[in-house]
Design a protein around this ligand. Structure first.
Ligand SMILES: Nc1ncnc2c1ncn2[C@@H]1O[C@H](COP(=O)(O)OP(=O)(O)OP(=O)(O)O)[C@@H](O)[C@H]1O
Ligand SMILES: [Mg+2]
Length: 392
């Protein structure tokens, strides 16, 4: 799929912007701080309702403005879709698909698929579990958009359950509080088991693509493998700093079986949860272990290997989305990645993405982007974008 036209209003440092993206590679160049990342961030946000730079959406609205607008004319197979998103500082955000208002903003998920490569991807390999959960959950939602609803239901239940646990801790757990807790447990287990099953399922589908992608980008025969580790298994309880607890690997994607494990584990940790006033187990405490050969990449892989792994995760995501969705090639966004890569990885990456239907690349220095990515070039200066110039 591709985006034919992008319009912005009061988005980040843009008062307004009109960009006619072309099929193939679109290169956004300009000095630091001019708005290159902001532009691709808008595309990514429309596609995933998340940014690779910031949590939440308030920073996306131009300073001193009350609302921002992102509008994209997307096309797939000669079908055109107009996707619009209005971000409001004070009131609810709104979305429209082909001019008709969506009931929920998350209803626009699934229309525009994208895969973003960015220096922040190294965090998936090197940093805490929340980065890995974000990676896998974004993929789950792109493959099965209805999961956006499941995640938001899970989060809502989790929040309410935590409030209840906190109150119970302060007032001492009494009969009525405990029976309310039982009711919340049921919803937590329901939504949580769906999430765990979907993660295991997506990782399984990703596996062959990841293996192939790693060999292509790293030219090494180290085998990358992802293990889903779950707080639902065994006796371990993840500590609050979210690190170091040795969780067990979960392999089943059978929802009923997962629900059963969840139920047992909740019984097991009930007294601890009441003592601590917080939900201690569930997908919000799970993690992925990214193995490279016999060792986990985190804490063991070299910087170069970590980069290869991060790139392989994204390359594999592209193949997964091509295979599992009906919208063809996802839009590829490469935000400032070439500057970070050595010559070998640069040209291998270029080769692997060059034929994608549409690619959006940002670079402060045009020369960092390999020649073989012949491109339409847009100059970005202080929130203004030039007309695309063909450099092919
Ligand atoms: N909400 C906002 N309102 C106004 N300006 C903003 C807002 N958010 C970010 N900016 C401005 O946008 C600019 C950053 O733009 P962006 O991150 O797109 O730069 P860039 O061209 O990608 O630069 P680099 O090459 O360094 O990555 C900064 O000057 C920042 O102050
Ligand atoms: Mg940038």
């Amino acid at each position: 799929m591709l985006i034919k036209h992008l319009s912005l209003a009061n988005f980040r440092n843009y008062k307004t912007a009109e960009v006619a993206f072309q099929p193939g590679v679109n290169l956004l160049v300009g000095p630091n701080g001019q708005g290159k990342t902001n532009l691709v961030e808008a595309v990514r946000f429309l596609s995933t309702l998340s940014s690779h730079r910031v949590a939440g959406y308030q920073p996306l609205i131009k300073q001193n403005e009350d609302s921002a607008l992102i509008r994209a004319l997307a096309s797939f197979d000669d079908r055109e879709m107009l996707i619009e998103l209005e971000l409001n500082r004070e009131s609810q955000n709104k979305a429209r698909v082909n001019k008709s208002p969506s009931q929920k903003v998350r209803d626009i998920l699934g229309y525009i698929n994208s895969v973003t490569f960015a220096p922040e991807d190294l965090d998936i390999i090197k940093r805490d579990p929340s980065n890995r959960r974000a990676f896998i959950d974004e993929l789950v939602v792109q493959v099965w958009p209805r999961f956006a609803g499941v995640y938001s239901d899970y989060e809502r239940v989790l929040k309410q359950r935590n409030t209840l646990l906190k109150t119970a801790r302060q007032t001492g757990a009494k009969g009525s509080a405990l029976s309310t807790l039982d009711a919340w447990d049921e919803s937590l287990i329901n939504f949580g088991a769906e999430i765990v099953a979907a993660r295991v399922d997506v990782i399984e589908r990703l596996r062959p693509h990841l293996f192939a992608a790693y060999q292509k980008i790293a030219i090494a025969n180290n085998e990358p493998k992802i293990i889903v580790k779950s707080s639902l298994l065994g006796a371990a309880i993840v500590s609050d700093d979210e690190d170091g607890a040795p969780l067990d690997a979960i392999e089943t994607k059978d929802k009923l079986q997962i629900a059963e494990l969840f139920k047992l584990k909740l019984e097991f940790v009930r007294s601890k949860e009441l003592e601590r006033g917080i939900s201690l187990v569930g997908p919000h405490r799970d993690d992925l272990v990214l193995m490279l050969g016999e060792l986990p990449a985190k804490g063991y892989a070299s910087h170069g290997e970590s980069w290869s792994y991060a790139l392989a995760l994204r390359l594999a995501s592209i193949e997964l989305l091509k295979a599992e969705t009906r919208s063809g090639d996802p839009i590829l966004i490469l935000d400032d990645v070439f500057a970070e890569l050595d010559a070998g990885r640069r040209s291998r990456l270029a080769e692997l993405i060059a034929n994608n239907e549409q690619v959006l690349i940002t670079a402060a220095v045009g020369e960092d982007v390999p020649q073989e990515l012949s491109a339409v070039i847009f100059e970005v200066r202080a929130g203004e974008i030039s007309d695309g110039e063909n450099n092919a």
